[in-house]
Ligand binder design. Structure first.
Ligand SMILES: [Zn+2]
Length: 175
């Protein structure tokens, strides 16, 4: 009988079994991404979600955005220049914090008492993946100026040299 007790990080359910056995029962027992001490992310069958899988080092997370669709939307969006900004951007509304964030909660870093540590961790992993995905199309995630719960994908209207990777720079005329 194995002596290690595994505790679901979300509901606290415990199981005394081998990792292999737990995995075969649908538990998530994986090494955590960016955890130098080999910390584990553990979720029971009921609490295992795509959001918790995003915390695991060896699981390829499902994509958050349909980047082709977002690129199309960005191409159709009207460019605008924010007050105080030098260059125009294009922006598309992608949803609210409540629809997109794993915790479905809005909070600010200095007052996160309404969000559990587990939720904050999953939100952070979501945010990191969202930013990495958008970075591949030179875009970023922004909160709405009117309502900070609204989330927009934004990018420069005319990308400058710095934010266009060489392989996406288009056709050059001087051969
Ligand atoms: Zn659980």
């Amino acid at each position: 009988m194995p002596n290690t007790i595994y505790v679901c990080g979300k509901c606290g359910q415990t199981a005394r079994d081998t990792q292999k056995q737990l995995r075969s029962e649908g538990w998530l027992v994986e090494r955590k991404r960016d955890a130098p001490k080999g910390e584990l992310v553990i979720r029971c069958q009921d609490c295992r979600t795509v959001h918790s899988e995003r915390l695991a080092k060896d699981i390829d997370p499902a994509p958050i955005f349909d980047l082709d669709y977002i690129e199309k939307q960005l191409a159709e969006a009207e460019p605008y220049t924010s007050p105080g900004a030098d260059d125009p951007v294009r922006s598309v509304f992608v949803g609210t914090v409540f629809s997109l964030y794993p915790s479905r909660k809005y909070y600010v870093p200095f007052a996160c008492s309404n969000v559990s540590e587990v939720e904050a961790e999953e939100d952070e992993a979501w945010r990191a993946q969202a930013e990495a995905e958008l970075d591949t199309i030179d875009a970023w995630l922004e909160s709405g100026e009117g309502d900070p719960c609204d989330l927009f994908v934004t990018r420069w209207d005319v990308p400058n040299q710095e934010n266009v990777p060489q392989d996406r720079g288009g056709v050059s005329c001087d051969m």
